[in-house]
Design a protein around this ligand. Structure first.
Ligand SMILES: [Fe+2]
Length: 249
């Protein structure tokens, strides 16, 4: 019934390696990025942000959600901070002539106070769906307020979007899969990160098996790059000479 959805996000270039492996690919909309410079572990400068925009544009992205971290004690951003950075990014995009629509969102961190922050309106929904993108701890134990947060977002007419759902160990076993079903029933939607090389290739490793399990149910709603750097992989720190020096030192 939802075969179109699977086709929408999987490799479609005829005969390509991506098609052979059924890789997860970006569509015209990328729902997860760290593109606003200087406010989290994503882009460090506006020049870097513009390179990231050009890279995503070349991959076919035409609408990009800027979802900087709102992670208390680690990246203590408030909605106003994101708004200021976003407006500067829009001006730089216009000056550079990159034809890509930007939407302001955030990647919220679900800690013990997340429900209180939702009630206080300290969240940044984006897009026509009013998606509230959030991540959680990735360990073996589910946060106790996970379903409460989903209900709280739904009750306010917004759509909870679980960030890179393939990452969470606590959702991977049988009990975890039941929790995914509960999240789904409560109205949560799921975002996965695109395949880069073998990372996040459906069926491969813990993350890939989770992605294949979701695909079998047509439960992948959105794909994101989660781009932090102007490289295809886009991970933070990988090319950071200072951190590499610290690690080897
Ligand atoms: Fe992210």
């Amino acid at each position: 019934m939802f075969g179109w959805l699977k086709r929408k996000f999987t490799g479609s270039t005829e005969g390509s390696a991506a098609e052979k492996h059924g890789d997860i690919m970006l569509g015209e909309r990328d729902c997860h990025s760290h593109i606003i410079p200087g406010i989290d572990d994503g882009s460090r400068t506006m020049a870097e942000s513009l390179k990231m925009l050009a890279l995503l544009h070349a991959e076919g992205v035409r609408t990009l959600a800027a979802t900087s971290h709102m992670f208390p004690s680690r990246f203590d951003n408030q909605p106003d901070d994101l708004q200021r950075g976003f407006e500067a990014l829009e001006r730089a995009r216009d000056d550079a002539g990159i034809e890509l629509t930007l939407q302001l969102g955030a990647e919220h961190y679900l800690d013990e106070d997340f429900v209180a922050r939702i009630k206080a309106g300290c969240i940044v929904p984006f897009g026509p769906e009013s998606y509230v993108l959030f991540e959680t701890t990735t360990g073996a134990h589910a946060p106790s307020n996970l379903l409460d947060a989903v209900h709280e977002i739904r009750d306010r007419g917004m759509v909870p979007l679980v960030a890179h759902i393939e990452r969470y160990q606590y959702l991977r076993d049988e009990e975890g899969h039941e929790m995914v079903e509960d999240l789904r029933s409560a109205g949560a939607q799921f975002q996965v990160n695109r395949t880069v090389g073998k990372a996040n290739r459906p069926g491969l490793g813990g993350r890939g098996r989770m992605i294949a399990w979701l695909q079998a149910r047509d439960w992948i709603d959105e794909v994101g790059s989660d781009l932090h750097r102007p490289t295809r992989e886009g991970r933070p720190y990988a090319g950071d000479e200072l951190l590499l020096a610290q690690r080897s030192g």
